[in-house]
Design a binder for this molecule. Structure first.
Ligand code: F3S
Length: 402
């Protein structure tokens, strides 16, 4: 990969060891993927925040970087960490984990990252514009930025996103290039028109698994912004794609040439069958119901509070968690109060990156991304029940008598 004179000097250590290490990583990635050079980015989003996922090795690496003077040079946000700052004990997190988590956050703070730990920074005003080049880790954020906004990012790992944030540039390959943003598979979703609302997460699992890394062009659905968020997260988890187009909805859909594309058709039957396969436990077995993967939007949280208003709590042995960003939670104090009669609104964390297994064995969820990760070894080894928001909230509440 070609480097400018200034970039060569950074690589040679002229700007200190932290910048040198960051440049080494970007140069290695650029060489690996055949990039022609580095391009400036407007933002970065960094994952590798939870102590559960990075452990001692990751913590040491971050502390070393911070000690060497690493500082981000573009606005940079962080993914969820392993615990809510106030409610960690109720979550089943132990003191050792909590303290290590705090050390990780201090290292990131020292490097100048914004201390809002959320996988949906685009919901709280930390969003690039159409056509911006960014470096985003976190597959759910990455796919939304590419697809819902039309910004350009590869699916970065935590270290490469942090390196890009420090240098303010990323290697020019993959989804930064026009030719890699073209639709490759035409997906026709053919559902019964009477159906109230398509189950976007489930449809996302089918598409993700089928197309893997290809770019799908999807016809037959009209997702809202929240649907796009949940749809994309499912596709990215069950496949490895980071961009999709939806006919008449996403910003780059109109530029696509559909002639001669490979085709995939999805029917109600496919959706029903896949929905059944997502669950490995029965609803009666759940000891935790967890929403907010990806983090909940203002509208989703209001809808849940509205549903719960006028109801009463049942099944005290089943915990209820709703994960969102601090910004969303603090903007909805009234709704949060309603929800707290039933469970917890958690900030800065989520059910996947916390040590959920300390306290829970079977999780009820409405997220196909969480249904992919939570049963995995290292991510909680949970058994899961996949259901709709209404079904799961109805399991822990009922209309007040009279
Ligand atoms: Fe976000 Fe955690 Fe899900 S980081 S996308 S809520 S796994």
């Amino acid at each position: 990969m070609h480097l400018t004179r200034a970039e060569e000097l950074i690589l040679g250590g002229e700007k200190g060891p932290a910048q040198q290490r960051a440049m080494e990583l970007l140069a290695a990635l650029g060489d690996l993927y055949g990039a022609d050079g580095l391009i400036p980015i407007t933002r970065a989003h960094v994952s590798g925040v939870s102590y559960k996922t990075i452990r001692e090795g990751g913590l040491r690496w971050l502390k070393d970087l911070a000690r060497e003077g690493a500082v981000v040079s573009v606005p940079s946000t962080l993914n969820p960490c392993g615990r809510d700052p106030e409610l960690w004990e109720e979550m089943g997190v132990d003191l050792h984990f909590h303290e290590r988590q705090s050390e990780i956050l201090r290292a990131y703070a020292k490097m100048g990252l914004e201390m809002l730990c959320t996988c949906t920074p685009f919901l709280i005003g930390r969003s690039p514009d159409f056509g911006d080049h960014v470096a985003s880790a976190e597959s759910a954020n990455c796919i939304f930025l590419n697809s819902g906004i039309g910004a350009r990012t590869n699916r970065e790992g935590g270290p490469s996103a942090l390196a890009a944030a420090i240098i303010g540039k990323t290697a020019n390959y993959g989804l930064h290039l026009d030719e890699n943003r073209k639709a490759q598979v035409l997906v026709e979703v053919k559902l019964d028109k009477e159906r109230k609302h398509p189950d976007f997460p489930v449809i996302g699992t089918i598409i993700g698994e089928a197309v893997e890394t290809k770019v799908p062009y999807i016809r037959g659905v009209r997702p809202s912004d929240d649907d796009l968020k949940n749809f994309g997260a499912a596709m990215a988890a069950w496949g490895s794609l980071s961009l999709f187009h939806v006919d008449g909805v996403t910003p780059e859909a109109q530029d696509q040439d559909l002639a001669g594309l490979e085709r995939l058709t999805i029917t109600d039957r496919d959706v029903e069958e896949r929905r059944r396969r997502l669950s490995s436990a029965a609803l009666e077995e759940v000891d935790l119901i967890a929403f907010g993967c990806p983090h909940l939007s203002v509208e989703e949280l209001i809808d849940m509070a509205t549903f719960l208003e006028g109801r009463e709590r049942i099944r005290p042995g089943v915990d209820l968690w709703l994960s969102t960003s601090k910004v969303v939670s603090q903007s909805l104090r009234k709704e949060v109060q309603v929800i707290e009669r039933f469970g917890h609104v958690l900030v800065d964390t989520c059910q996947v990156v916390t040590p959920v297994e300390n306290k829970h064995k079977v999780t009820g969820l409405n997220s196909a991304k969480a249904a992919f990760y939570m049963p995995k070894e290292g991510f909680g080894s949970q058994r899961v029940y996949y259901g709709s928001t209404e079904e799961l909230l109805s399991w822990v509440s009922r209309p007040k008598a009279g």
